[in-house]
Design a protein around this ligand. Structure first.
Ligand SMILES: C[S@@+](CC[C@H](N)C(=O)[O-])C[C@H]1O[C@@H](n2cnc3c(N)ncnc32)[C@H](O)[C@@H]1O
Length: 269
């Protein structure tokens, strides 16, 4: 059973990932980064978090990997725009990392495990390429923890559809709450689990988040897969998109979601 990356790499998806920073997505990891550390960022997407991690480790070598080329094009463009000529963005698959055991000080994955059929295998492979004393760090949202105001039938349908679609792909939309369990199953020890929120509450944030999903509900792989799998029809998606737009214009709109996050220190004899 292969992974199906639910969101796909439509420009509307890459654009919404391309606003992420280490501060809003990897704050739990930043205190562990040292000048000169080598970092592998698995499933780096358009690389904005990767490039922030590169700034945090200064002279350390940082590599971002993706199984497909599309997001890497954006990642390399983002690196060039920041004048970063050191960070590398390469093709690679988390299940078969082309590095020796213990090659990196830090191996990181943000919002990746939730899309994988075998997150435990992925964690074992991430730990393999981490040196003894180094860390594996990962963060994933928990879709069932998403809450918003005001009530919206379309948003409720969207969340239900998203979770059913992820499970149809044999992936886990409520990954955040499972990171500790997956770490235990992977045989990781010395675990520091925590949690953090993304909250959208200013008019700008609400307009952006509502706009992202109004578009992605119609145009991204989320939309085409929902139709292909018979989980929604075009009219359903149009209603969901319309409701995202209406919700995003409501003056009282507010949205929050919980993320699980975990730092595992690798101990090897
Ligand atoms: C939600 S995106 C997160 C991108 C980036 N980490 C961020 O937070 O902005 C998940 C990424 O995982 C990548 N991915 C999916 N399966 C993968 C695999 N087997 N190995 C490495 N990356 C994978 C996808 O291509 C996608 O870009």
């Amino acid at each position: 059973m292969g992974d199906v990356y639910l969101h796909g790499h439509h420009p509307s998806v890459i654009a919404s990932h391309g606003v992420r920073t280490a501060a809003d997505s990897a704050a739990y990891l930043l205190p562990h980064l040292r000048e000169g550390a080598s970092v592998l960022d698995v499933g780096c997407g358009p690389g904005t978090i990767t490039l922030d991690l590169a700034e945090a480790v200064g002279t350390g070598q940082v590599i971002g990997i993706e199984p497909v080329e599309e997001p890497l094009v954006d990642a390399r463009r983002n690196a060039a725009a920041r004048g970063d000529t050191r960070t590398e963005f390469l093709r690679g698959d988390v299940y078969e990392l082309p590095w020796d055991t213990g090659a990196f000080d830090v191996v990181h994955a943000h919002q990746v495990l939730q899309h994988l059929v075998d997150p435990v295998d992925a964690l074992q492979e991430m730990a393999r390429v981490t040196r003894s004393g180094g860390i594996v760090a990962f963060r994933d949202v928990d879709y069932a923890s998403m809450v918003w105001y005001p009530e919206s039938e379309g948003l409720t349908q969207w969340l239900d559809l998203y979770r059913r679609l992820a499970r149809a792909n044999h992936a886990e939309p409520d990954a955040g709450r499972r990171l500790l369990a997956w770490s235990h199953a992977a045989g990781l020890e010395d675990l520091a689990p925590s949690a953090s929120l993304w909250t959208y509450s200013t008019p700008e944030q609400i307009a952006w988040w509502g706009g992202v999903w109004a578009r992605r509900s119609l145009e991204s792989r989320f939309a085409s897969q929902a139709i292909d799998r018979g989980l929604a029809d075009r009219a359903d998606l149009e209603r969901i998109s319309r409701d995202w737009t209406a919700w995003s214009r409501h003056p009282d709109a507010w949205f929050a979601m919980t993320h699980g996050e975990l730092v595992a220190t690798v101990r090897r004899p």
